[in-house]
Design a binder for this molecule. Structure first.
Ligand SMILES: Nc1ncnc2c1ncn2[C@@H]1O[C@H](COP(=O)(O)OP(=O)(O)OP(=O)(O)O)[C@@H](O)[C@H]1O
Ligand SMILES: [Mg+2]
Length: 771
């Protein structure tokens, strides 16, 4: 970890030039110095978000725990507000406790700036949450934006005015450009047409145009793009026509709302039929989308052919309707809030909104199903990241199923299919449960989807140590699985019943149930279920003091992970294997295994997985390095507290035993001191501290001989253990496939092995050599 001061947070980089607003920036800063809650209000498109980001960027260095943007425009369920804020700021929570509580304790000791963008549609939920967080977190400062204020007593409000405008008299270009609106217009116009300048000839038209646009930045941006085809004069004329049209109507909107509405409507009218169609249809996405998604969701008829989508997206970007982020394969498109709103209304007006929302749902339902099917494989880390990126869309799809009559069954299916996502430690256990609970309540009719929803729900509940909730779900799931002859469901139901027995401390029963589940999973050919069962059986064996059995089971599980090229279960297995090796007297090996587990679990952002490995490191240290053990215990207690996660209850007994041992070795005073030192570290520091311990030199008696491998061979052996094929090894190390092949042969020869799996097992238990 670098010690140099760095910017912490998630503020996006500015992609276009920022213009003016010196007074507003200064005023916002002044208000933020006086109050911990400042809200920027103003009409749509006036520049609230842009200003907030600017101010936050300038103040960022004063907040050691960072400046964090939480975008709320896409969130429709106020119940998910605390979860959304928590995941934006990186506070992960798996606890069943109220999410707002764990967020509050996460923020309690932090000096952090929170930017809540677009609060208007959730203003009472925002007010409640912000009020609560400010009360419990003295170092928290909130900068909110919205069409209106939150109405909290401590709130200071800054109304963001339109950009400054020239009066109605002739001015020289240089003078004119001192006005923000003109400056912005000139900026964006020259981006659209490279030789555009404000000249003595066009300056009067430009000034009038900016006045006509009321100095609203979004309107200015949309109008500037028109200069590709029209002169400023012509743009002005067309606008006048449009306004007359609008005024003729019976709208009772404020004039500035009318301006923007007129502008967006005008931009819409100028689009080609294809562009209009695409604009309306992509408005069903939340939080951005990529080309493939747009093609699949938006192309149903001859109005838009799939091979026209890429070009049409590009032209919408040119028209400032879409914002494009990323590059290459990772390009994503996004609509500004007001523009999305407009598209959505038009789509609704044409009576086909449901068609496209349901196609959107179908696309994400298929994505979730693919993620589930491919989870146990080489693309696992990518899937984990991809689902995370699509979180807002997944929510929108689930939301559609929740609110659209007759769609609850699909919702149940999606929420169940996403179990890999809810569980894989990205911190969404509570959210997964919430969706499942809602759909299970909405669609109570027996169905295969319900069976899966039930066992998934029970699983998530068990992970939260909530066995009371898990048991009735399991009972119903078991009965329905039999009724539908669903062997997969029966296998999981049995396994989760075993997990619940483990939580209850009934190890004998747990082992019997999980063994039974293992047979069922093997019979259905389900590697994920099998891997889970093997790891759980190994865990039970370790808890029963049977290290030998645990090692055998772990070896089986590692071989499966290796064959499939997956890493999440591998990491999980390393944790259990580490404890087993330690029980067999292999301290160094055990520590190396726990370190590997922590590194792998970090790739998935699986904090719970990381924490159980740190717990194991503390046990290992308890006897010989008691001070370190106490510090690790202190560090963990802090992580539990700030993240709202909790230790799996079946680890309580050994935890208390090793904690007592540590205390005894150190004496109360020294124990408390070391514990306190740990509890003052941040979660990242605790992880760093846990990883810092290098295997002690000299104590290599329990290590296998290095086998005389060269550095390159060791490197290749490490990749082999991750399930890489010769081809992938070759690509990773930029060598030919033939060379990779001959390295692998040498490794086998030197180690006296006959299979890659043996090499993998050998590598797994050697200390890693992180780059
Ligand atoms: N000071 C500025 N300099 C440059 N561009 C700006 C400035 N202020 C706003 N813009 C641009 O104008 C557009 C609208 O601004 P922004 O999204 O901040 O408005 P908003 O008030 O947050 O709108 P909404 O109410 O829809 O959320 C954006 O494309 C933004 O980049
Ligand atoms: Mg905004």
């Amino acid at each position: 970890m670098s010690k140099s001061p760095r910017r912490v947070g998630n503020l996006p980089a500015e992609v276009t030039v920022f213009v003016g607003r010196r007074r507003e920036v200064a005023e916002a800063k002044r208000l933020l110095a006086a109050s911990r809650l400042v809200t920027l209000t103003g009409v749509g498109g006036v520049g609230k978000t842009r200003l907030a980001l600017r101010v936050a960027g300038e103040l960022q260095r004063g907040f050691p725990d960072g400046a964090w943007l939480v975008e709320l425009a896409d969130l429709s369920d106020p119940g998910l507000l605390p979860q959304t804020v928590a995941s934006a700021v990186g506070a992960r929570s798996q606890s069943a406790r109220h999410m707002a509580d764990s967020l509050a304790s996460y923020l309690a000791g932090k000096r952090l700036l929170l930017v809540l963008d677009n609060c208007e549609h959730l203003s009472s939920a925002c007010a409640e949450l912000v009020g609560r967080l400010l009360a419990t977190a003295p170092g928290l400062v909130v900068l909110a934006t919205g069409r209106q204020a939150l109405r909290l007593p401590e709130e200071r409000v800054l109304r963001v005015p339109p950009m400054s405008l020239p009066e109605d008299r002739v001015l020289q270009p240089a003078r004119l450009l001192q006005y923000e609106a003109v400056n912005l217009f000139a900026e964006r116009a020259s981006a659209a047409v490279s030789d555009f300048h404000v000249t003595p000839e066009n300056s009067a038209a430009v000034a009038r145009l900016c006045r006509r646009l009321d100095g609203i930045p979004l309107a200015i941006e949309l109008a500037a793009v028109q200069l590709r085809a029209l002169s400023p004069e012509q743009v002005l004329e067309r606008l006048d026509d449009r306004y007359r049209l609008l005024r003729g109507g019976s709208r009772i909107a404020a004039p500035r709302h009318q301006t923007l509405h007129a502008l967006i409507g005008w931009s819409f009218g100028l689009c080609t039929a294809e562009e209009r169609t695409l604009w309306m249809r992509v408005s069903v996405f939340s939080g951005g989308f990529d080309l493939d998604a747009a093609k699949e969701v938006c192309c149903v008829d001859d109005e838009l052919a799939p091979d026209r989508v890429a070009a049409t997206l590009r032209s919408l970007v040119d028209r400032s309707v879409l914002i494009r982020n990323g590059s290459g394969d990772r390009v994503r498109y996004r609509l500004l809030e007001t523009i999305q709103h407009y598209g959505r209304n038009r789509l609704r007006a044409t009576g086909v909104e449901t068609v496209f929302r349901s196609r959107h749902r179908d696309w994400y339902q298929r994505m979730a199903a693919r993620a589930e099917a491919e989870w146990f494989g080489p693309d696992q880390v990518e899937w984990s990241a991809r689902l995370r990126q699509e979180h807002a869309n997944l929510r929108a799809a689930l939301d559609f199923c929740l609110t659209e009559p007759g769609e609850a069954r699909s919702g149940l299916a999606i929420a169940g299919t996403l179990r890999v996502y809810w569980l894989s430690g990205t911190g969404f256990v509570s959210e997964g449960r919430r969706w499942l609970d809602q759909f299970l309540a909405l669609d109570q009719e027996p169905s295969p989807e319900r069976v899966k929803g039930l066992w998934c729900g029970a699983w998530l509940a068990a992970l939260q140590n909530d066995v009371e909730a898990a048991e009735p779900m399991l009972a119903e799931s078991r009965a329905l699985a039999r009724r539908f002859d669903d062997d997969t469901a029966l296998a999981y139901t049995t396994q989760i019943a075993g997990l619940v027995a483990l939580h209850r401390g009934d190890l004998t029963n747990a082992v019997a149930l999980i063994r039974q589940a293992l047979r069922l999973h093997e019979a259905t050919g389900d590697p994920v279920g099998t891997a889970h069962a093997l790891i759980r059986l190994a865990t039970a064996a370790v808890l029963l003091g049977d290290a030998h059995t645990a090692v055998t089971l772990c070896t089986q599980s590692l071989a499966m992970s290796q064959v499939h090229g997956e890493r999440w279960f591998r990491a999980h297995t390393l944790w259990v294997l580490g404890i087993a090796r330690w029980e067999q007297g292999g301290h160094r090996r055990a520590i190396a295994l726990e370190h590997k587990c922590i590194r792998l679990k970090s790739e998935f952002d699986d904090l719970l997985g990381v924490c159980v490995a740190i717990e194991a490191l503390a046990w290992i240290a308890a006897t010989e390095r008691a001070e370190r053990a106490a510090t690790l215990f202190g560090g963990l207690s802090r992580i539990w507290q700030v993240t709202g996660l909790s230790r799996l209850s079946y680890l309580d007994e050994p935890h208390h035993r090793y904690e007592a041992m540590t205390r005894h070795a150190l004496g109360d005073h020294a124990y408390e001191k070391a514990f306190r030192r740990g509890s003052e570290l941040s979660p990242d520091e605790v992880i760093g501290y846990a990883l810092e311990e290098r295997a002690e030199p000299g104590g290599a008696a329990d290590e296998p001989a290095p086998g005389g491998l060269t550095r390159r061979e060791r490197q290749i052996a490490e990749l082999l253990a991750e399930g890489y094929s010769n081809k992938k090894i070759a690509a990773t190390l930029v060598i030919s496939e033939r060379t990779a092949e001959s390295h692998v042969e040498n490794i086998l020869k030197k180690l006296g092995f006959t299979s890659r799996t043996q090499v993998a097992a050998w590598v797994t238990e050697r200390p890693s050599h992180p780059a």
